[in-house]
Design a protein around this ligand. Structure first.
Ligand SMILES: [Zn+2]
Ligand SMILES: [Zn+2]
Length: 128
């Protein structure tokens, strides 16, 4: 997990970035949750990383699969630190957009913490 710097108001905030692997036993469940017409089997993510703001409350959330289509939401895996994901769920997409309308939030509706455009993505951040 990423260390969470203080002050808590400084932007951008780091993502939690907790890692987990989707257990093979949950893969068929993803197929069940994803309607065939929206399924993108080749885009199933087994290497999960939590995209919520660092130091968030509640379980970690890693994106398993984006579902095609409008208002279809996405498949997410939830887990607690030190445990493997035990469940996958379909959650609606966060419908917030940045003030200039240029960026949509990549997290799920009702997520804790900052929206994704306020977070520093460790995969895209350029090293200082
Ligand atoms: Zn997390
Ligand atoms: Zn959001």
């Amino acid at each position: 997990m990423t260390d969470c710097p203080t002050p808590l108001t400084s932007l951008p905030r780091p993502e939690c970035d907790a890692r987990a692997e989707l257990p093979a036993a949950l893969v068929p469940l993803v197929a069940k949750l994803a309607p065939a017409e929206f399924r993108q089997q080749d885009r199933l993510q087994r290497e999960l990383r939590c995209v919520v703001e660092c130091d968030h409350a509640g379980p970690h959330h890693g994106l398993v699969m984006d579902l095609d289509g409008v208002d279809t939401g996405s498949v997410w895996a939830r887990w607690r630190t030190g445990t493997a994901p035990a469940a996958v769920v379909v959650l609606a997409d966060c419908d917030a957009a940045s003030v200039d309308g240029m960026e949509a939030c990549g997290e799920f509706a009702g997520h804790p913490g900052a929206h994704s455009w306020q977070l520093e993505n460790p995969w895209t951040a350029t090293p200082a």
